[in-house]
Design a protein around this ligand. Structure first.
Ligand code: UDP
Length: 363
């Protein structure tokens, strides 16, 4: 079996790493399994891409399509044109895509138009919010791919509601959690920890990159003011996503009250998550990591495609409600927060289940 694996952006690298490891384990057992890793280049910065390959021991990609930058449409188009060339030159038995980024959707469309099977890892999650580019990517990918690997039974239900055939849905758990569990003993204190005199359980961690939060500078300024006021002097560490940085710089937004740092490597970032007092974020993946590590998490969105992080985990959605944000931060500071239980099959074995299933289906 010959698989083309696709990865394009930061969360993709974290989801694909354990799948590559499981393929390598199967190869050692003389299984007839070969792969080609295609990096679309959607994230190209060393801090958003290269560092993850090094830290998570992901082999160098066999090919980099270098499709960074541009509008959603420009990027989709350039990924499709370049990925089509790659598929025609090295035609696989199947393409495996992960997550919900532009690369996920663009590579799925390209492969299906060439009649190549596609399997989607992290299939079936839905926020119900079509203003998010990721939701469009999820819907399109899931509607045409051949096999759906899901992280939760809620995702199975979402697919069934969309008339996806039951036989193509495989509940395997969460490969992002595989990566988290297998790297917990490797996490690293960041170099700036001592410079800023940080202490465990005595800082907040902030991440922001969704257009709904960062594209409107007035809204972003109000959000920053509210966070600073409600954190009551507890240090706020803010690894700044390139998209957010561009907006902060072009509008000269005052960020003096934050500890601003570059996007962190995975091992440093998970260290910061694990020892934080709480997290303020609009990320999806980070809410899952906070749940697994039992760290209070406030999400600045009205909806989530990961409802288990709210129903079972440590996550609370506050949307745009700054009063609710203040209320939640008060609770975290006072030590009042719900405890998480771990969602089913978030046990570190998901990638192994995926690779076993693929061998049953395609061998
Ligand atoms: N992450 C990281 N360094 C950072 C910020 C995030 O390694 O500075 C990791 C984080 O642990 C999680 C993933 O990146 O595994 C989440 O990516 P992001 O928030 O960009 O995407 P989303 O999950 O919202 O799609």
């Amino acid at each position: 079996m010959f698989i083309t694996l696709v990865a394009g952006a930061r969360p993709n690298f974290i989801k694909i790493a354990p799948i590559i490891l499981s393929i390598k384990k199967a190869q050692l057992l003389n299984k007839n399994l070969h792969y080609r890793l295609v990096h679309t280049g959607q994230h190209y910065d060393k801090k958003m891409s290269g560092d993850f390959f090094t830290q998570l021991c992901i082999p160098d990609p066999d090919c980099n399509l270098a499709c960074g930058g541009g509008s959603q449409a420009e990027q989709t188009a350039s990924i499709m044109v370049r990925f089509e060339n790659d598929l025609l030159q090295f035609t696989p038995d199947l393409v495996l895509v992960v997550g919900d980024v532009t690369s996920t959707m663009a590579c799925t469309l390209t492969a299906k138009k060439l009649n190549i099977d596609v399997v989607h890892v992290e299939s079936g999650i839905r926020s119900g919010d079509k203003s998010m580019p990721e939701e469009i990517n999820r819907i399109l990918t899931d509607s045409i791919c051949d096999h759906h690997f899901t992280t939760t039974l809620t995702a199975n239900d979402n697919l069934l509601l969309n008339n996806v055939s039951k036989d193509s849905i495989h509940f395997v758990g969460n490969t992002m959690i595989d990566t988290l569990l297998s790297n917990l003993t490797r996490i690293r204190k960041p170099d700036f920890w001592d410079t800023f005199n940080l202490h465990k359980n005595n800082y907040f961690l902030l991440t922001l990159h969704r257009p709904s939060n960062v594209d409107n500078p007035e809204k972003l300024i109000k959000l920053f003011e509210s966070i600073i006021k409600s954190c009551k002097g507890v240090p706020i560490i803010f690894p700044v996503h390139p998209r957010t940085k561009k907006i902060m710089e072009s509008h000269h937004i005052n960020t003096a009250h934050f500890i601003l740092i570059d996007p962190q490597g995975y091992l440093e970032f998970i260290y910061l998550v694990k020892f934080s007092k709480g997290i303020i974020t609009d990320s999806g993946g980070i809410t899952e990591e906070a749940t697994l590590l039992n760290i209070p998490c406030i999400t600045l969105r009205n909806s989530t495609e990961r409802p288990e992080t709210v129903t079972q985990g440590t996550n609370i959605l506050v949307g745009d409600d700054l009063n609710q944000l203040e209320f939640c931060l008060n609770d975290i500071i006072a030590g009042n927060w719900k405890k998480a239980s771990i969602p089913e099959l978030w046990d570190g074995q998901s990638a192994n289940r995926i690779v076993e299933k693929l061998q049953c289906i395609y061998s």
